[in-house]
Design a protein around this ligand. Structure first.
Ligand code: CA
Length: 316
């Protein structure tokens, strides 16, 4: 049995602003197995590592390029060249409406100096670290809003696969998972674009929102069968795998993991956050143990890779 993998969600984002090279280097040092890259395109067609197509919640774009918002008042990465994006200061994420930090206990908003990395720059750093440490830590890029990119005239998937291939990520033996929420696009990666990498079908947190007891095994089974036609794994929301606790405090594990495993799919739920816990527990280490021991996940996305690695090494 291989140990479940720890995927640093946007880097060690519980400690440093998400998707900065600093947050990735810290996650690397904390022992994460894979580092996540959410990818969107710049105006000059370069994949950059940003969680949203809008950049106003993690950069000072409104201060630097005040007149370049779209009609909805938002600033979009795709309207800026890489050079322009790199001139911005990246900050801890703030809420779009209130301007307040989303996670108030984390790295202070607006402090220190961080910039937007391109995917290629980030890969270069990770591969450099792999060389200097002798490890083989993987990448876990996500294709963000592919349909929206196509509407803007850009094929994000095709461009991103090109960058991965140029950097040596081409087959299932390479330390890389490609993830996407868009079902059609994930299938397209495999069947039309010829992607041979490990593919993970992300599943939105609104899907299967019924109580754990109501998860219909037949339905779940059919869904997993379809996904297994083109993907290697699923990335469900945490409540899709552990829906709560029973009266004695034991986790209620849904049928999704078993069904996924029956179809040969690995399961990597998102997102384990010490400062964003489900309403039925406030013990982060206990929750991690439940994921590993009770739910038997194959990996998990977390903002706190140090704590996930520590618990994983105790139980697995
Ligand atoms: Ca992501």
């Amino acid at each position: 049995m291989t140990q479940p993998i720890v995927i640093a969600h946007r880097g060690a984002s519980g400690y440093l602003p998400e998707h900065t090279l600093e947050a990735k280097a810290l996650a690397y040092a904390m022992g994460a197995d894979y580092l996540e890259q959410d990818c969107v395109l710049s105006k000059d067609d370069v994949p950059v590592v940003l969680h949203d197509v809008q950049i106003d919640t993690v950069t000072d774009v409104a201060k630097v390029f005040g007149d370049r918002a779209r009609d909805d008042g938002r600033y979009y990465a795709i309207d800026f060249t890489v050079d322009e994006l790199k001139s911005l200061r990246v900050t801890e994420r703030v809420d779009h409406k209130s301007g307040k930090p989303v996670f108030p206990g984390r790295f202070p908003a607006g402090k220190s100096r961080f910039e937007v990395p391109t995917l290629a720059e980030e890969i270069e750093m990770i591969q450099g670290l792999n060389r200097s440490t002798g490890k083989n830590i993987g990448i876990y890029p996500e294709i963000k809003a592919p349909a929206w990119h196509l509407e803007q005239g850009k094929d994000l998937s095709r461009i991103l696969l090109g960058v991965l291939s140029e950097n040596g990520y081409r087959t299932k033996d390479d330390a890389c998972f490609v993830q996407c929420f868009d079902v059609k696009e994930t299938r397209r990666l495999r069947e039309e674009l010829g992607c041979q990498l490990q593919l993970v079908q992300l599943i939105g947190d609104k899907k299967w929102s019924r109580d754990g007891a109501d998860f219909d095994p037949d339905f779940i089974n059919r869904e997993m069968k379809k996904i297994a036609e083109y993907a290697d794994g699923i990335g469900p929301a945490l409540p899709h795998v552990i829906s709560g606790a029973d009266a004695s405090g034991n986790p209620v594990v849904t049928p999704i993991i078993t069904a996924a495993h029956e179809h040969g799919l690995v399961v990597h739920p998102y997102t384990l956050r010490a400062d964003g816990m489900p309403d039925w527990t406030n013990d982060f280490e206990a929750l991690l143990r439940m994921c590993y021991v009770d739910a038997k996940v194959d990996g998990l996305f977390t903002d706190f890779p140090d704590r996930a690695v520590q618990v994983r090494n105790q139980v697995a």
